[in-house]
Design a protein around this ligand. Structure first.
Ligand code: ATP
Length: 221
């Protein structure tokens, strides 16, 4: 059975670092990567761009590039159940119900997200539902001392070959082979607001969208 890779994020906005790791996962595992924007948090104003704008920017970033797909299930779920927060564990349960217990599923994250895993809703269930593919990220070393609770949860899960992710439905961890990427959405938003150079951090059509919609305080020159 093939592997399904999902890549969740806020993508506020999607930047070249996101695209680089999605492409690296696609190329290393030789399967499509499905990018899955998070819904807006309930009862709170959208932090930067709203869900529809973040989705539109992702669609522009992906274009018709082979092996990169958009999955809008978290936004659809938020529309069906307004006011209910959207958790990764719920998305993975939805995928399991749809794809069956034997389907190998992997969730792609940056190292900062893996280090924060113990703060995720029902995090202990996540490894029963999916594999994790981890991209290194500046400032989030995976080799140094880990939170002992996390270290215990990760113990024995590291895969030494991609094949291991195809041979089990969930529970393995794979290190993505990809150069470090400095981009972060927080830094992009800060650069835009400060009027510094930012367009090279983003796919060109996304930069155009931000200017057209004057997102994050952007002003066309
Ligand atoms: P912010 O700076 O606002 O936290 P972000 O750049 O981390 O945003 P998200 O949409 O929150 O973007 O990230 C989605 C996923 O992509 C997360 O798992 C995050 O760790 C990962 N990610 C984002 N940027 C990078 C990067 N430069 N290198 C590796 N992983 C990244």
């Amino acid at each position: 059975m093939g592997l399904r890779i999902y890549y969740g994020g806020t993508f506020d906005p999607v930047h070249m670092g996101h695209l680089a790791i999605a492409r690296a996962a696609r190329d290393q595992l030789q399967v499509a990567v499905r990018l899955l924007p998070a819904a807006d948090p309930p009862h709170r104003a959208a932090p930067g761009a709203d869900a529809a704008q973040r989705l539109a920017m992702l669609a522009l970033a992906i274009g018709d590039e082979p092996g990169l797909l958009l999955d809008r299930r978290e936004l659809d779920r938020a529309e069906r159940t307004p006011g209910v927060p959207s958790y990764t564990v719920d998305t993975l349960r939805e995928l399991r119900a749809e794809l069956g217990p034997r389907q190998p599923i992997a969730w792609l994250v940056g190292a900062d997200s893996l280090l924060a895993l113990p703060s995720w809703h029902q995090w202990a269930s996540l490894f029963d539902l999916a594999h994790f593919i981890v991209a290194d990220r500046p400032g989030s070393p995976l080799a140094d001392t880990l939170d002992p609770v996390l270290a215990q949860a990760l113990d024995g899960r590291w895969a030494s070959h991609e094949r291991e992710l195809f041979n089990a439905p969930a529970g393995r961890l794979l290190r993505l082979q990809a150069p470090l990427r400095e981009e972060s959405a927080t830094a992009v938003r800060a650069q835009i607001a400060a009027g510094g150079p930012w367009q090279s951090l983003l796919p060109e059509p996304v930069a155009g969208y931000i200017l057209d919609h004057r997102l994050y305080g952007a002003t066309p020159s």
